[in-house]
Write a protein that binds this ligand. Structure first.
Ligand code: ARG
Length: 584
């Protein structure tokens, strides 16, 4: 585990060697996409040139020469200074293009880093989360409704986010905001009572939740011409709220049936439910049933609650920044938002006011989360930055958006079965390998693009072993491991100069920690996919070009490069929740 990343070391070097030019200017250092042209780069010459040129206060009067120069001229001047006092971890500094400056790590440093990574792949990850707390809330399916591919996305992305923060040393709390409360349970119970012959099927059904979903669909279809149904639904919800025994028992049963199903899915996906708060269940909406009134009181006391047009209680935002947010319906019933407020008040009290909270929820709820966060800032519960919504796009299907009410839902289990089935056929794998490959492919296709983008699901792409796919990365990890298995014990690797493909691989390897840092700070696991894909490509290029096992003196270091690759790919995939099969 390192204290400072390579980027920080370079920043410190720039700061120290270029002090007279910098004068408080923020130094930006980037990882270079093409390591042929250096490992890191900075635009500091361009920044400083702009400042010195436009300086009207005379601070930079002594920089007359710079004023008469060009950004490129200044870059050259800076590079000369830096090259004259180069620290051992760098081999050279160069001007590129119109004034960018490139930094090359020395081979000695790259060898040293490779050996450290070969011992521990996490060695490049800075522990920047030490002493910090975060709640990552994800998955959050609804009781008596299908676990949709939307929940699948939330589960996969949320789990990867939580893992990312964990490897950075944060205190991570995983929460599952289960949809186990709300007026829909009144409707469901009304449907159960209305059509007992439908409900009885539940005792023999393979998927009990199917029966509940069908009842819910039927309720909405029938309610279109039978106006009494809505009223019955409301009455049953009232009973449920008032603790009516029959209502409570039916509701509890629905929870149990749904959990059976969710557990099966989590197990299939390799999600460790024990990690969820509240004994592995998460704090579902019903947990906040008795915690809403104090929040409503607080809103009222702070003068934030108003009567809306139709008699509902709403919160309005200054300058109509967002549409009003409803807190209580006109009949006094609480809503999703009321429970979210109670949830976040509870989190404040339970985890401390310095907590960061991430909600991984579909992007269709973006406006809602903006309203919720704004209100929480208005209440002075949280400061901007403490509340984060990571929204994911839709899983696009030919039929368009899914809706439980219309019954156009894709069951997640069918998707998983298909993934495993296809993986079995496609690689001629045994059952266990097929599971790892199928689930890995599914997760990768979900994680590889920025979460807010929609996923258009294409099986051929998802299982493609040549391209940017889960199986390709798994395969490369297996390949590297099999080289190591063949090699047996590794001799001592002496520092030496790298050839080109070795250097590109070593340079990529030592940037793992930086990729983790970017992915965590931007709440964007797709950076890990991009990185792992590039690493796999660098390894395969090296593998195809260099002889590893019978290369005499060269072998030891090549095996260390192989070992560092195997470990980094495995750890990277693990962070994404993807397992590496034994063989492929
Ligand atoms: N159960 C909700 C749904 O399926 C997601 C809950 C998200 N979390 C939250 N704090 N609102 O849409």
């Amino acid at each position: 585990m390192i204290e400072t990343s390579m980027k920080e070391r370079i920043k410190a070097f720039i700061q120290k060697s270029l002090e007279p030019f910098i004068d408080g200017q923020t130094i930006e250092v980037q990882v270079d996409e093409q390591p042929q042209f250096g490992d890191y780069s900075t635009n500091i010459a361009l920044q400083c040139f702009k400042r010195i040129k436009t300086d009207t206060q005379g601070i930079f009067l002594h920089q007359q020469a710079v004023r008469e120069s060009t950004p490129q001229g200044l870059a050259h001047q800076m590079v000369d200074i830096m090259n004259s006092q180069l620290p051992p971890f760098l081999s050279k500094v160069e001007v590129a293009g119109s004034g960018f400056i490139n930094f090359y790590l020395s081979d000695a440093t790259l060898v040293e880093q490779t050996l450290a990574i070969a011992t521990d792949a996490a060695s490049t990850i800075a522990q920047s989360g030490k002493g910090k707390k975060i709640i990552v809330e994800y998955s959050s399916p609804n009781i008596a409704k299908p676990f949709t591919v939307g929940h699948l996305r939330s589960t996969i992305i949320g789990d990867a986010l939580a893992n990312l923060f964990e490897v950075q040393g944060w205190e991570v709390h995983r929460d599952n905001h289960l949809g186990d409360w709300g007026t829909q349970f009144g409707k469901l119970i009304a449907a159960i009572k209305e059509w007992p012959e439908d409900f009885e099927k539940i005792t023999t059904a393979q998927k009990p939740v199917d029966v509940l979903v069908n009842l819910y669909i039927k309720f909405h279809q029938e309610a279109e011409h039978d106006l009494s149904l809505e009223e019955k639904g409301r009455a049953w919800f009232k009973k449920l709220e008032d603790g009516d025994q029959e209502a409570r028992e039916l509701w509890q049963q629905c929870i149990n049936w749904s959990w059976q199903e969710f557990n099966r899915i989590y197990k299939e996906l390799g999600i460790d439910t024990e990690k969820f708060e509240n004994n592995g269940r998460g704090y579902g909406e019903s947990f906040f049933e008795d915690k809403m009134q104090p929040v409503i009181d607080e809103l009222r006391q702070k003068g934030l609650l108003h009567e809306g047009k139709e008699g509902a209680q709403i919160v309005e935002f200054p300058d109509e920044k967002y549409p009003p947010l409803m807190i209580l319906k006109k009949d006094g019933a609480t809503l999703y938002a009321t429970r979210d407020l109670a949830t976040d008040k509870f989190r404040l009290q339970h985890y401390g006011s310095d907590i960061t909270i991430v909600n991984e929820v579909g992007a269709e709820q973006s406006l809602y989360f903006k309203q919720l966060f704004e209100l929480e800032y208005m209440l002075r519960w949280y400061k901007p930055g403490q509340r984060v919504h990571v929204g994911h796009g839709f899983f696009r299907l030919k039929q368009g958006k899914m809706s439980t009410r219309k019954g156009t839902v894709i069951w997640l289990e069918d998707v998983i079965d298909e993934a495993v089935g296809r993986a079995t056929l496609f690689g001629n794998h045994d059952q266990q390998t097929a599971r790892k490959v199928g689930i890995g492919a599914l997760k990768w296709s979900d994680l590889k693009r920025s979460a807010h983008l929609d996923v258009i699901f294409d099986w051929d792409e998802v299982l493609n072993m040549q391209g940017n796919s889960g199986p390709y990365i798994q395969y490369t990890a297996v390949r590297a491991q099999s080289v190591l298995d063949k090699a047996g014990a590794i001799q001592e690797a002496k520092p030496r100069a790298f050839d080109e493909s070795e250097r590109l691989l070593a340079s990529k390897l030592q940037k793992f920690g930086e990729c983790i840092n970017t992915a965590a700070s931007e709440y964007a696991p797709h950076y890990v996919c991009t990185y792992l894909y590039e690493l796999a490509q660098a390894y395969n290029a090296f593998y195809n070009k260099d002889n590893i096992l019978d290369a005499g003196e060269e072998t030891a270091l090549r095996l260390r490069l192989t070992q560092a690759t195997a470990k980094t790919l495995t750890l990277g995939l693990e962070i994404l929740g993807i397992q590496v099969p034994e063989k492929m």
